[in-house]
Design a protein around this ligand. Structure first.
Ligand code: NAG
Ligand code: NAG
Ligand code: NAG
Ligand code: NAG
Ligand code: NAG
Length: 283
C-alpha cells in the first residue's frame, strides 16, 4: 500500500512538473466510470510504459502492454460491427500473453470482455493482435472471436434513424459533442456514437504497442447532401493519445447506411493547432 502511494505521488509530481503536458483527459466524461479506471491505470502504471514494454510471456492484465493491445481489439471490433447504435469498448482484460515472432514483430494473445455501450451488454472475446516491426508503420493485425456481442440487434433503431435523416430536408450538423459540461443532447447521441466508431478506424490504423488512444470530442460534424443511399458526414474529431498526452485533430469523411455499415472514406490528420489545443474544460 505504502509503496503504491509513493509510486503514485512520484508520477503525479512528474506529470505536474512537466511543462509540455497541458491537456488533461477531462473532456472524456461520457463514460465516467471507464475513463476513471483508465486514468487510474495510467497513473498507477506509468512506470510500466518503460519497463514492461517488451514484457514477454504471461502479462499482467491490468498493465499497459496488455491494455494497449486489448484497446486495439476494441477499435477493430468497432470497424467491423460498430454503428450509430452499437459502440464497443474494452471492458476488462482477463489474461494476456505476448511473444516475439522471429524478427517480424510481436504477437499478443488476449482474453477480454468487451462492452456494447448503448445496450450495456458485455461479452467475452478471444483475440490475437500482431504488431509488425520495421521502419514502415503498418497497422496492427487483429483476429477476434466474440460470442454474445454479435447477437445484439439494432436493426430497428438504425432503420428509424436512417429514415429520419433521409426524409428530413434539412441536413444535420452539430459542434462540440460533448459540450463544455460533458453533455450531449439525446438526438445528437447517434452522431457521437458514429464518430466513436469512425474514430476507431483511425485509432486502429495509428496504434502501435506504445499508444493508447481515445476519442475526446467531436469538434464539429456536418451531414453532406448525397444522391446515393449512403448518408455522408464530415467530422472534425479530437483524439487523445494517453501516453504522450497529445490531442490530435482529424478530419474524416464518413458514410453510413444500415445494410453497409460505417465506412471511413477519407481521413486527414490536421496540423497541430495551438488555439485548439485545449478541449473545453469540463469541471
Ligand atoms: C450495465 O450493466 C451492469 C450489469 O451488467 C450494471 O451493473 C450497470 O449498472 C449497468 N449500467 C448502466 C448504465 O445501465
Ligand atoms: C434483427 O431483427 C430484425 C427484426 O427487428 C430481423 O428482421 C433481423 O433479421 C434481425 N437481424 C439479425 C442479424 O438477427
Ligand atoms: C428535421 O431535422 C430537424 C433538426 O434535427 C428537426 O428539428 C425536425 O423536426 C426534423 N423534421 C422532420 C420532418 O423529421
Ligand atoms: C493508415 O495509415 C497509413 C499511414 O500511416 C496510410 O498510408 C494508410 O492509408 C492508412 N490506412 C487507411 C485505411 O487509411
Ligand atoms: C469545423 O471546425 C474546423 C476547425 O475548427 C473549421 O475549420 C471548420 O470550418 C468547422 N466546420 C464547420 C462546418 O463548422
Amino acid at each position: 500500500m505504502r509503496l503504491k502511494i509513493i509510486i503514485v505521488l512520484t508520477i503525479l509530481t512528474g506529470i505536474t512538473g512537466s511543462p509540455s503536458i497541458t491537456i488533461r483527459p477531462e473532456v472524456e466524461l461520457v463514460d465516467n466510470k471507464q475513463r476513471i479506471s483508465e486514468q487510474q491505470n495510467l497513473v498507477t502504471e506509468t512506470d510500466e510504459v518503460v519497463e514492461d514494454v517488451m514484457a514477454t510471456g504471461e502479462l499482467n492484465p491490468n498493465h499497459y502492454p496488455a491494455q494497449r493491445a486489448a484497446k486495439v481489439v476494441q477499435h477493430y471490433i468497432n470497424t467491423l460491427y460498430g454503428s450509430p447504435f452499437k459502440v464497443f469498448h474494452l471492458h476488462r482484460v482477463h489474461s494476456g500473453n505476448a511473444e516475439d515472432v522471429a524478427d517480424s514483430g510481436r504477437k499478443y494473445q488476449l482474453e477480454i470482455s468487451v462492452q456494447e455501450m448503448i445496450s450495456n451488454t458485455s461479452g467475452k472475446c478471444s483475440a490475437e493482435v500482431f504488431f509488425s516491426r520495421g521502419d514502415k508503420q503498418h497497422s496492427p493485425q487483429v483476429q477476434v472471436m466474440c460470442e454474445e456481442l454479435l447477437k445484439i440487434n439494432t436493426t430497428k433503431e438504425e432503420d428509424a434513424f436512417y429514415q429520419h435523416l433521409k426524409k428530413n430536408t434539412s441536413l444535420l450538423s452539430a459542434e462540440y459533442l460533448p459540450d463544455s459540461h460533458g453533455h450531449i443532447e439525446p438526438d445528437m447521441k447517434p452522431l457521437w456514437h458514429l464518430a466513436s466508431v469512425a474514430s476507431s478506424f483511425i485509432m486502429l490504423n495509428e496504434s502501435t504497442q506504445d499508444t493508447l488512444f481515445n476519442m475526446a470530442q467531436v469538434a464539429n460534424v456536418t451531414q453532406l447532401a448525397t444522391e446515393s443511399d449512403q448518408l455522408k458526414f464530415e467530422y472534425l474529431i479530437l483524439l487523445h493519445e494517453m501516453v504522450s498526452q497529445e490531442i490530435i485533430r482529424w478530419k474524416l469523411l464518413v458514410s453510413w447506411c444500415p445494410p453497409e455499415g460505417v465506412k471511413v472514406l477519407q481521413m486527414e490528420k490536421l496540423p497541430h493547432c495551438h488555439e485548439c489545443e485545449k478541449p473545453p474544460n469540463t469541471n
